[in-house]
Design a binder for this molecule. Structure first.
Ligand code: FPP
Length: 250
């Protein structure tokens, strides 16, 4: 535990309520270490464990992890199957520990795409932790932001067709209520590891005013110090939401 960095985060105050992370670079980390790609994902679990723990300890309320995108199904069969197995075994091994630490597990994305056993395992984890009041760990699984928006628009269309609302009634709130992330505040901070400068179909609506932090560190190397330094970077920024510096200061 890095006491100095934690102290600094506490002093600066205004810890992000919701952090969302694009966990990239597992494959490159594995290659750098002459290991198969799956070993990179496996090592990535150690980062997941540490980041979840630290977020809980410093009172982050929501942590969304981009675990498997809608587009990741196009990877080679062997890699998809290795990630699904890892997901299954990680949830099985970690769920009691998460529960003990008051973490609530939820998901965004299309769980129906996942193998039956994995889906069942995740649903059990969600129901086991549903009353917990600490960190909400949100796994984005078979998630794509465009797909999420299309789904939301269809659901709103159904409400219009059944005369529950009129098209003029559509507001930000109405759209948000139909997203997978309904009820979750927008991310304050979106972190991408692995050094690429793109959002890759992640939380396109929700991240409209998020602060972005791109780090060269690969996900398996992203641990407590990297997270705390990222939060300190965030705490030193001014969020303006379209307003001027003067308006914010007033
Ligand atoms: C991106 O790295 C990583 C993924 C597509 C999978 C991440 C999944 C895990 C770490 C397992 C998570 C499990 C739980 C329970 C949260 P990449 O393969 O795209 O890396 P590269 O860009 O270097 O090739």
């Amino acid at each position: 535990m890095n006491k100095d960095l934690r102290e600094k985060v506490r002093e600066l105050g205004d810890v992000p309520k919701h952090i969302a992370i694009i966990m990239d670079g597992n494959g490159r980390w594995a290659k750098m270490n002459s290991l198969p790609r799956a070993a990179g994902h496996k090592e990535g679990i150690n980062s997941v464990r540490e980041i979840v723990r630290v977020c809980g300890e410093i009172d982050v309320s929501f942590l969304t992890l981009y675990t498997f995108s809608s587009e990741n199904w196009n990877r080679p069969e062997t890699e998809v199957s290795a990630i699904m197995k890892l997901l299954f075994s990680t949830i099985r091994k970690e769920i009691d520990n998460l529960d003990k630490n008051n973490v609530r597990l939820t998901t965004i994305g299309n769980l129906n795409d996942l193998p039956k056993e994995t889906r069942k395992n995740i649903k059990n984890g969600i129901s086991q932790t549903r009353d917990n009041t600490g960190l909400n760990l949100i796994l984005a699984l078979s998630y794509g932001s465009r797909q999420e928006l299309i789904r939301a628009i269809r659901r709103i269309g159904n409400r219009i067709e059944s005369s529950q609302i009129k098209s003029d009634d559509i507001t930000d709130d109405v759209l948000e209520s139909e997203l997978y992330s309904a009820g979750v505040p927008d991310p304050d901070l979106v972190i991408r590891t692995g050094g690429e400068y793109r959002l890759s179909n992640f939380l396109l609506w929700q991240a409209a005013y998020s602060e972005l932090l791109i780090t060269e560190k690969h996900w398996p190397e992203f641990r407590e110090n990297e997270l705390l330094n990222g939060i300190i970077d965030y705490q030193n920024r001014q969020r303006r939401f379209g307003q001027t510096d003067e308006q914010i200061k007033a």
